[in-house]
Design a protein. Structure first.
Length: 313
């Protein structure tokens, strides 16, 4: 166990001693600062009138016949939420909107960084010729590959925590830290929930980890099987940007089988908002199972290939 921890420690050193990793961290902090500076700074003192006007506009839209069932359901949920706020005098706070929107936006960058590191994790060892020195150590190939994957998991977790902490600090200074204990209203699997925003914030941090984890594992598998960093990074980034668009287009055309594709299930935050899944009937548990199956398949493919590969070739 001690030797395995040392393996993970060595892999972490490889990641965090790179100049590129420090640049990535700097870019994330810079984007947080820019987003904080550019965001609105004052809550609307006339928020009741604004919500009432929004509800009136929503009612007019619902009275028409141009809405899809999903659009109609989303608008109805928004009206319910607005009415609940008005009835219970719960003001929508800019701090809440700022933190949640910034977190989702910055996860895109974290996912790209995760793909880059995962794509070079194994293939880079082959390209540099250091794989032979790695394998002469008294560790099984399974342990070596597992240590690499665990270090990538830690990298993603650390990056998300850096973003979350920086957002929290800058957001607190701009909007006031009291907003963290104010009530937040959101939809949780078709039920309206009210709880302290800080609890919702922690929940969102856990949920957004799924997307970078899935793409990182895909790039890790490609890197291990094909021993090509450029292929792993290129295909990983292409899949990340095109996969979601393609799945959305297929689902909008009534292809229900798209719910079994990975990219239809990586955004678990939709189940904790008034957004709807791509295909009607999808649930949080369903998406969690689908993502788990894909990740297991990716990892098994990587481990089986790596354990049987002739390194000399």
């Amino acid at each position: 166990m001690v030797s395995f921890i040392k393996l993970i420690h060595n892999e972490n050193i490889k990641i965090f001693k790179r100049l590129g990793t420090l640049v990535m961290i700097g870019v994330l902090i810079l984007f947080v600062g820019i987003h904080t500076f550019a965001s609105e700074s004052n809550d609307d003192p006339n928020w009741q009138k604004a919500l009432q006007q929004e509800n009136l506009s929503a009612q007019k839209a619902l009275a028409g016949n141009k809405l899809s069932p999903q659009e109609k359901s989303q608008i109805e949920e928004t009206v319910q939420m607005n009415q609940y706020r008005l009835s219970n005098d719960i003001q929508p706070l800019l701090m809440h909107e700022y933190l949640l929107s910034a977190l989702v936006m910055l996860v895109y960058l974290i996912t790209l960084f995760a793909i880059i590191h995962a794509g070079t994790s194994v293939a880079g060892e082959f390209n540099d010729g250091t794989i032979k020195f790695l394998l002469i150590r008294p560790h099984s190939r399974i342990k070596i590959l597992l240590a690499k994957y665990m270090s990538l998991l830690m990298f993603v977790g650390i990056m998300v925590m850096i973003v979350a902490f920086t957002l929290l600090i800058l957001g607190g200074f701009k909007y006031g830290f009291e907003g963290l204990v104010e009530p937040s209203i959101y939809w949780e699997q078709n039920q309206m929930v009210t709880q302290t925003f800080l609890l919702q914030w922690i929940q969102q941090i856990v949920l957004v980890l799924v997307s970078p984890l899935a793409m990182m594992t895909l790039a890790f598998m490609i890197s291990t099987i094909f021993r090509s960093s450029s292929l792993a990074i290129g295909l990983g980034i292409f899949s990340y940007f095109v996969g979601g668009i393609l799945v959305s287009q297929l689902a909008s055309r009534g292809h229900d089988w798209t719910k079994y594709l990975l990219f239809a299930n990586t955004d678990l935050t939709i189940y904790f908002s008034n957004m709807k899944p791509l295909v009607e009937g999808m649930t949080f548990s369903f998406s969690l199972v689908v993502v788990s199956i894909y990740l297991t398949t990716f990892l098994l493919s990587a481990f089986i290939t790596f354990s049987k590969r002739d390194i000399a070739s």
